[in-house]
Each structure stands twice: as C-alpha cells, then as structure tokens.
Design a protein around this ligand. Structure first.
Ligand SMILES: O=C1O[C@H](COP(=O)(O)O)[C@@H](O)[C@H](O)[C@H]1O
Length: 255
C-alpha cells in the first residue's frame, strides 16, 4: 500500500491552529459536496471537539450535507460525561446548526453487549457507504483524530491486538488502558482508506510522543500507523509547543 508522506503544519497559537483547521475542513467539505453531494466526516473525543469551535463563526458550511460519525466512542450512555458524543455536543454541535439526524451515535440500547454495539455501528457505516460507494472499506472524506500521550489514537492503543485487525470496520475494546475501558473504534483499514485524515495535537504534553510518532515511526505507535493509502493524505495540525522537539519537516499551511 503506497502512502504519501504526512504533511505537518505547525502554528504559533491555538487560535491560528483552529482557524486553519476550520479553513481545511471547509475545503474538504466543499470538494466532497461538489463530487458526491454529501460530506462524510468522523470526529474524535478528547481535545478535538473544542478545536472545531472556529467553524461556528464561518459562513459557507453546508451543515445539512454533513454525515457525522465517531472515530471512536465510549460504551456509555449518550449523555454520560465520558461520552465522546456528549463532549462533541457540548463543545461543537451546540454551537452549529448541524441536523441531529446527520449525527450517527452508537445505539444506547446495546451498551451491555460490546460485540453487538460494534456490529450495529458497523451497520450504520455500511448503510451510509457500502450502497453508495460499493467499496471494500468506507472512504470517509475526512477523519479527524487526536493522539494520547501514549501514542494511541481513536481507541487503538499501543500493543493491543486490534492494531492488526484487517477485516472489521468497527471493533470493540473491553480493556482500554485509559478509562473508560469499554469502547468501540474505527479500525486501521477504515482510517487508512479515508480521503483525508488530520491529527490535531497541541500543547507541551504532546511534545515527546509527537517526536516519536513523526521521527521514529518504526517504533510502531498507533498514531504512526495512520498512513492513508494514496490518493489519501495525512495532515498534522500541531502547535509550536507540541512540535518543539520534532525534526520531521514542517510545511507552511496553505489550502
Ligand atoms: O480516549 C480518547 O483519547 C484520544 C486522545 O485524546 P486527547 O485528549 O489527548 O486529545 C481521543 O482522540 C479519543 O477520541 C478518545 O476517545
């Protein structure tokens, strides 16, 4: 599988990063809608939803054309403080006119059975993608990821058996080292089939892991394994604090 080299853009301030990210998302949205009439995006939890806040002030966002999924979700009720959906609602959806019907949550009736929960979420993806694009794996227009200090991304954790999953679109973990332990996640084949994947990582706490992920990908941390197959492209939106130790070349941001 051929993958283009990641494009790493570093910004001096949080607001420069979030404004550039908003420009980038709007461009991805525009291209997708022009081609297919819809925009499929997967969001993460953690620090990511807050970084999308600049989109609330932008014109030109066709919210009714968005179909929003989760890169990972915790197996908790949708209004639970640990829920990525709850976090996205508080930090992002509450500020923008995104139709609730276009936001694809896990099925809260299935929380007791992780396998059923993951299967049901996979079926939501099949409904959205397989009939429309007839692909072996869904091709998201954009997947937005965060990265934990251990190098995990979505709910794909270092050393976990799920790192070698090759078939499933959505899988579950019941032993996440970061609480809560029970989660579902998109798998690497799905992430690496996306048209664009963008990591967002800011702050000094990400310095060491960002250096490892970008300068020593051979260590195989989960975030280093995100390498969308050509013509897909991987971007990193980072701030100068996070990028302080990174030797990998930075590219000035341009649309
Ligand atoms: O547990 C999770 O952590 C990652 C990274 O979070 P961050 O706070 O370090 O940005 C996040 O991307 C993922 O969605 C979440 O479930």
């Amino acid at each position: 599988m051929v993958a283009a080299a990641p494009i790493v853009c570093s910004f001096p301030t949080a607001s420069e990063l979030t404004e550039a990210l908003a420009d980038f998302v709007i461009k991805a949205q525009k291209e997708a809608i022009e081609k297919k009439g819809r925009f499929t995006i997967a969001l993460s939890g953690g620090s990511l939803p807050k970084q999308l806040s600049a989109l609330a002030k932008r014109t030109g966002v066709k919210w009714d054309k968005w179909q929003v999924f989760y890169a990972d979700e915790r197996a908790v009720p949708l209004d639970h403080p640990d829920s990525n959906h709850q976090l996205c609602t508080a930090e992002f959806y509450s500020k923008v006119p995104l139709p609730p019907a276009n936001i694809h949550t896990l099925d809260p009736a299935l929380l007791d059975d992780l396998e059923e929960l993951a299967d049901a979420y996979e079926k939501q993806l099949i409904h959205e993608f397989a009939q429309k694009d007839a692909a072996r794996f869904p091709v998201f227009d954009l997947i937005l990821l965060g990265m934990g200090p251990d190098g995990h991304t979505a709910s794909l954790f270092p050393g976990h058996a799920l790192l070698s999953e090759e078939d499933r679109w959505v899988a579950y973990v019941d032993d996440s080292p970061k609480p809560p332990p029970r989660r579902i996640t998109l798998t690497f084949p799905v992430i690496n089939h996306a048209a664009r994947v963008a990591f967002v990582a800011a702050g000094e706490s990400k310095q060491d892991v960002l250096k490892t992920v970008l300068d020593k990908p051979e260590e195989g941390l989960p975030a280093s394994r995100v390498r969308p197959a050509s013509p897909g492209q991987l971007y990193w939106f980072v701030d100068d604090a996070a990028a302080a130790k990174v030797e990998y070349p930075k590219t000035p941001f341009k649309l």
